[in-house]
Ligand binder design. Structure first.
Ligand SMILES: [Mg+2]
Ligand SMILES: [Zn+2]
Length: 219
């Protein structure tokens, strides 16, 4: 189990808040609630959801930087990364959100050179208009913009057991493929795991995850 790989969702998992959702609540107009609802109900894909949300968003680079800088990571996530470094276990972020804030927040914690991430790409069209680009879309299931299942499979090809830590609906493809699953208490992913008989550990924060991973490695 030593060379396991740990994939973590970003929004609401490695980051305390659902930063992507908060971004659109802050800088898009009220139509964002209906767009997100349609995605949750499975009426539109997460790719369509992000395209639509970006269209109704007005934010400058400076505003987005300031917004990102106000966001925090789960403090125990840093401990997990440190533990991984000691043990030679890679910790990576998989997100169906946008790279701009992930990169900014990771660098605030000096993790940008340490923790790789795969996500969708945010591009500024002009001073205050943004658009989402999808570098991984073609390799995924067609519903996710950045399908986490694809990244998990890539890692498993290298014969590494994959741990997946997540909280939301965008983690469904990831947990279907992963070898060990952590689902956050009280969130949509936990319900999904329960309803689909996906074996999982419940957790509240990365302190729980770290404790459990240490125990798994001991056995
Ligand atoms: Mg999440
Ligand atoms: Zn998918």
């Amino acid at each position: 189990m030593k060379c396991m790989k740990i994939f973590c969702d970003f929004d609401g998992t490695a980051a305390k808040n659902d930063v992507g959702n908060l971004l659109f609540r802050t800088f898009a107009d009220n139509r964002c609630f209906e767009i997100v609802r349609s995605w949750k109900e499975g009426k539109i894909s997460s790719r369509e959801c992000l395209i639509d949300l970006c269209k109704i968003t007005r934010v400058t680079k400076e505003e987005l930087e300031q917004f990102s800088d106000s966001q925090e990571l789960d403090p125990y996530f840093l401990e997990l990364v440190e533990f991984g470094q000691q043990k030679g276990i890679g910790v990576e972020i998989l997100s169906d959100g946008l790279d701009f804030y992930i990169e900014r927040i990771l660098s605030k914690y000096k993790l940008d050179k340490i923790v790789p991430f795969h996500s969708n790409h945010l591009q500024f069209l002009n001073r205050n208009k943004i658009v989402a680009e999808f570098p991984y879309y073609d390799r995924g299931c067609g519903h996710c913009a950045n399908c986490k299942g694809y990244h998990v499979r890539q890692s498993q090809k290298k014969k590494k057991p994959v741990v997946f830590v997540g909280d939301g609906l965008s983690d469904r493809c990831g947990v279907k493929e992963a070898d060990i699953v952590f689902a956050k208490r009280g969130r949509a992913l936990l319900k999904y795991c329960q309803e689909n008989q996906i074996e999982h550990y419940e957790f509240d924060d990365f302190n729980d995850v770290l404790y459990k991973i240490k125990r798994i490695l001991d056995h």
